[in-house]
Design a protein around this ligand. Structure first.
Ligand code: TQI
Ligand code: ZN
Ligand code: ZN
Length: 169
């Protein structure tokens, strides 16, 4: 079953059209950006929320950045595997990914020869759930389940994820 963060934080009714920006310092390819577009789309399809990319990262609702190790928020990344990414509860909007992971962007993680390959969209869909206010789920097939087998791709929302997000928005 789905959960929320303590106090059930969520984006308020007057902030349903959210913007997101990639922080400077990461030169991301269009292919990588398209993965985030697709991940946001999974959630906008089942909620009144919309997500639009903007270049003005200082005013964006959601900011996305890749970092190695200590990056100044008290939750350092740890190199290959371990923590892959983290996102903060509403309305922080901060979404950080571990730059040291072997990110797979083209969706073929199940055929990757790199044992530590991690599917970017899988992690993005999960972290966006956190950004919107979902905690972890006890349902194994849910996007918000807290563990995943390496080499897995899981990007389609499960009924449990949809019920959770629709009870927030
Ligand atoms: N990052 C953890 C996560 O996003 C960070 C975390 C731990 C957390 N406890 C939390 C975030 C409680 C919010 C609330 O769950 S992670 C997965 C999964 C991670 C793990 O790097 O371990 C995914 C990131 F579910 F697959 F194991 C993304 Cl998809
Ligand atoms: Zn961080
Ligand atoms: Zn999580």
């Amino acid at each position: 079953h789905y959960t929320f963060f303590p106090g059930t934080p969520r984006w308020p009714v007057n902030r349903r059209d959210l913007t997101y920006a990639f922080l400077p310092g990461n030169e991301l390819t269009d292919e990588v950006k398209a993965v985030f577009t697709s991940a946001f789309q999974k959630w906008s399809a089942v909620t009144p929320l919309t997500f639009t990319e903007t270049d003005s990262y200082s005013t964006a609702d959601i900011t996305i950045g890749f970092y190695s190790g200590d990056h100044g928020d008290g939750e350092p990344f740890d190199g290959v595997l371990g923590t892959l990414a983290h996102a903060f509860s509403p309305t922080s909007g901060r979404f950080h990914l571990d730059a040291d992971e072997n990110w797979v962007v083209s969706g073929d993680v199940t055929r990757s020869s790199i044992p530590s390959a991690v599917d970017l969209e899988t992690v993005a869909v999960h972290e966006i759930g956190h950004l919107l206010g979902l905690g972890h789920s006890s349902v194994e097939d849910a996007i918000m389940y807290p563990t995943i087998t390496s080499g897995t791709r899981k990007v389609e929302l499960e009924d449990d994820d949809i019920q959770g997000i629709q009870s927030l928005y």
